[in-house]
Design a protein around this ligand. Structure first.
Ligand SMILES: [Zn+2]
Ligand SMILES: [Zn+2]
Length: 260
């Protein structure tokens, strides 16, 4: 089973870098080299000013063998994401794919998933409450109506904190909400390079999602072009094990399922 699509990529990395062929072509080259043929560029919404639809068209023209989707990762950033939401609304018809993410809990100045500083927010706290609060925020992102797929659904486990309550109790309502709206989840190999060292989401959550007929994209959350498709062989093995035989791709927010 060969995975061919990576639907979570950050050409701008961690700072504003306006799209240009110099910035983007290495992503196309590396994607082709490792056997990817369908990729979605999903920079963080706080860098939306760097996204240039004309540059994407040029990239597509220069790489007709690849499907290159234009997207964004819409965060719950208390400072920037109101502007991000307006940008997504304004450009909805030009975008193929929008990811919805929760990176912020109570502190507006600190992403909880930054390693190691973000973990301070968990110190001495009730982990079940943190999980419940996190999944409530995921529901709020899903409810905006501006996302096609939820990123790294159980990112809250990043530093290795585990709840006492059953995960089904904590995430079940959120999965029902996602299923009711017909949204996708991503299978993200990024968790394998974080302290928790586990796929996002966990096997248990994937089983629950399958039972609710939720569909999946495949993703690396690459912040460098060479990180595309990271651990995709391992992910393919995991998908076989879980009985997942198809992957979802998007064009202008329309999902289709491709057999693997
Ligand atoms: Zn993210
Ligand atoms: Zn990301």
């Amino acid at each position: 089973m060969h995975l061919f699509s990576d639907y979570h990529l950050h050409p701008q990395g961690h700072r504003l870098q306006p799209y240009s062929q110099e910035l983007l072509q290495p992503w196309a080259d590396h994607a082709r080299q490792i056997g990817l043929c369908d990729i979605a560029l999903t920079d963080h919404d706080r860098y939306h000013r760097g996204v240039d639809f004309d540059e994407i068209d040029r990239l597509r023209a220069a790489n007709p063998d690849l499907k290159i989707r234009v997207g964004i990762e819409l965060d719950n950033d208390p400072v920037h994401s109101a502007d991000g939401r307006r940008w997504v609304e304004k450009n909805w018809d030009r975008l193929d794919f929008v990811l919805g993410s929760v990176h912020f809990l109570e502190r507006p100045d600190q992403m909880f998933d930054s390693v190691p500083a973000g973990a301070e927010q968990f110190a001495g706290r009730n982990i079940d409450e943190i999980y419940a609060d996190y999944f409530q925020r995921v529901r709020e992102v899903a409810a905006t109506g501006l996302v096609d797929c939820l990123s790294h659904l159980d990112l809250i486990k990043i530093h290795g904190h585990r709840p006492r309550a059953k995960i089904e109790t904590l995430v079940g309502g959120t999965l029902d909400f996602i299923a009711a709206r017909g949204l996708c989840l991503e299978l993200s190999t990024a968790g394998w390079r974080k302290p928790v060292n586990e796929l996002y989401p966990s096997d248990q959550i994937i089983h629950l999602a399958i039972a609710k007929d939720i569909h999946f994209t495949t993703a690396s959350d690459a912040h460098s072009h060479v990180q595309q498709g990271e651990n995709f062989e391992r992910l393919a093995a995991k998908m076989s094990e879980l009985g997942l035989r198809e992957v979802s791709v998007f064009e202008r927010h329309k999902r289709s399922a491709v057999p693997l």
